[in-house]
Every structure is written in C-alpha cells, then in structure tokens.
Design a binder for this molecule. Structure first.
Ligand SMILES: [Zn+2]
Length: 107
C-alpha cells in the first residue's frame, strides 16, 4: 500500500485518503502560445519505470495539493513536498540521489 506524508498537515495517509493528480511540474503556457505548446500541456506525460514526480491531494484530510517523488516500480517514496514549487527542491533531489546514485535527475 502506498503511504504518503502530507507536507501540509504532517499526517501519513494511505492511498485511500489521497487523490492522484498526475504528473507534477507541468509547464502551463499562457495566451499567445502555439498549438504545439497547448497539445504538450494537455496530452504529453511521462510514464517512467522508476523515479517520478506526482501531484496528490489529501482529499480525506486537509484537502490540500502536494507533490511526491516516488518510484513507480517499487512504491518507494523519496519525499513529499509543497506544491508551490516550479520544480523539485534540492533536498528532494538529494534524497533521491542518496538512494538511487545512478538516477540522472529530472528531465
Ligand atoms: Zn494534509
């Protein structure tokens, strides 16, 4: 079972208390962007076997969105962190590299 600690209320919640929100750190383009940018925003998602950054909502708790870095193959959770970031914070990257030295970093 997947257990994530909500960084907003510090409660370890299992997956029945959470709502998945898909891939984290998706670039949203504003007015004036072209169709290719909009297509990428709507449809193009990573689907790695390994380290992945995801959005989750603590739907049965505080209700807030947060991000999680986890392995999709083993369900190992490296860190959870605020959704108010444009990319994974350095402490999250350090936590991943300490357990996965071969990891190449976020794309
Ligand atoms: Zn929470």
């Amino acid at each position: 079972m997947l257990i994530l600690t909500c960084p907003c209320c510090n409660i370890a919640a299992d997956e029945t208390e959470l709502l998945p929100g898909g891939q984290a750190h998706i670039t949203r383009h504003g007015p004036g962007s072209d169709d290719a940018d909009f297509e990428t925003y709507l449809f193009m998602r990573e689907n790695p076997k390994g380290v992945h950054f995801e959005r989750w909502r603590h739907s049965m708790g505080c209700g807030k969105w947060f991000h999680a870095a986890r392995c999709t193959a083993t369900l190992e959770v490296f860190a959870t962190y605020s959704a108010q970031t444009f990319g994974p914070p350095q402490h999250v990257i350090d936590a991943i590299k300490s357990r996965r030295p071969d990891w190449q970093g976020p794309v």
